[in-house]
Design a protein around this ligand. Structure first.
Ligand SMILES: C[S@@+](CC[C@H](N)C(=O)[O-])C[C@H]1O[C@@H](n2cnc3c(N)ncnc32)[C@H](O)[C@@H]1O
Ligand SMILES: [Zn+2]
Length: 298
């Protein structure tokens, strides 16, 4: 099977170059949405495409927090910022390097999955959503942020003929190589097809306008955004949309003690207490420092 291409963040300066002080408003607005949608507690949470762990402090109510990314340099930064232990002094963070098309987790493992600013790099978003649905346990929650093609700026640009693609058509648009904007209507269909039931929507970053961000205090803009975010249940015109959906109650939870599975063949491989994983299919995987590498075979 050929793998879809990956948008590489290996060696990128994402944490400082993208998240510069000029994006404090977006960071604040996203945190408001996450706090509103995230089940505050649980046993296991994974963030898919966690990068350098920008949002990890929101996950302290979970016993085990898995930060999952393709790029080793992003995970190394996360390790440097967060380490292994949680606020109560117990092992808390598990770092996993893998491809979101080939999840190395057993079925039904997680209470909560989050994905922020990451699905927009997926050529085959439905395949990623199916993979996420598989790793959710009974009534597991999935908090997804996606880039919205049906946003006011795109509408204006389209009407003024400054943009060739229509914000109204449901097909995803690749506005730059391996960067996609999605239509909410299309996304709702994909979530349903993956067996996930949508229950809450927040529109986010309504005030992502350069001069407004320079003119107004960040805290005030974030406050304004937090008041408007619940209108996402009615319509979606913002550049960023957060949606919470749930897996059904009839699913099977992962068996006690099971955690990883082979990304190559799907056979169960054991738990994070191991540092090496030898699969019956012949593949070998290793923990390097604090990072479990299920991207490159050992
Ligand atoms: C824009 S960053 C978002 C990071 C974090 N969620 C945040 O909001 O700060 C996107 C992340 O997705 C990761 N990514 C892209 N393609 C991936 C893939 N195929 N599998 C796993 N991670 C991937 C990148 O390495 C990058 O760290
Ligand atoms: Zn295998």
């Amino acid at each position: 099977m050929t793998q879809p291409p990956v948008c590489s963040y290996e060696g990128s300066r994402y944490s400082t170059e993208f998240w510069n002080p000029g994006r404090a408003y977006e960071d604040g607005a996203e945190r408001v949405a996450m706090r509103a949608l995230l089940p505050p507690q649980g046993r296991r949470l994974v963030e898919i495409g966690a990068g350098f762990g920008r949002l990890a402090d929101l996950y302290t109510g979970y016993d085990t927090v898995v930060l999952f990314d393709y790029a080793s340099t992003q995970l190394e930064q996360a390790v440097g910022r967060l380490g292994e232990y949680g606020p109560n002094g117990k092992p808390h963070y598990v770092y996993v390097q893998a491809d979101f098309y080939r999840q190395p987790f057993v079925t039904g493992l997680f209470d909560t999955v989050t994905m922020v600013r990451t699905l927009h790099h997926a050529v085959d978003a439905p395949a990623v959503l199916r993979g996420i649905s598989r790793i959710l346990g009974p009534q597991g929650a999935f908090i997804l942020e996606f880039a919205n093609k049906h946003n006011l700026k795109a509408l204006l640009r389209y009407l003024l003929r400054r943009q060739s693609w229509s914000p109204f058509t449901s097909k995803p648009v690749e506005f730059a190589a391996l960067n996609f904007d999605f239509h909410p209507r299309w996304m709702w269909r994909q979530l349903e097809a993956a067996g996930l039931r949508r229950d809450a929507i927040r529109t986010v970053s309504h005030f992502r306008i350069g001069w407004l961000k320079r003119l107004m205090a960040t805290s005030l803009l974030v406050q304004l955004d937090s008041w408007v975010q619940p209108t996402g249940m009615l319509w979606q015109w913002s550049p960023s949309v957060f949606v919470r959906s749930y897996a059904g109650a009839g699913r099977q939870a992962a068996a006690e003690g099971e955690f990883f599975r082979c990304p190559e063949c799907g056979a169960p491989l054991g738990s994070p207490s191991q540092t090496e994983f030898v699969c019956s299919c012949g593949m070998r995987w290793k923990r390097q420092g604090l990072i479990y590498n299920f991207r490159d075979p050992a």
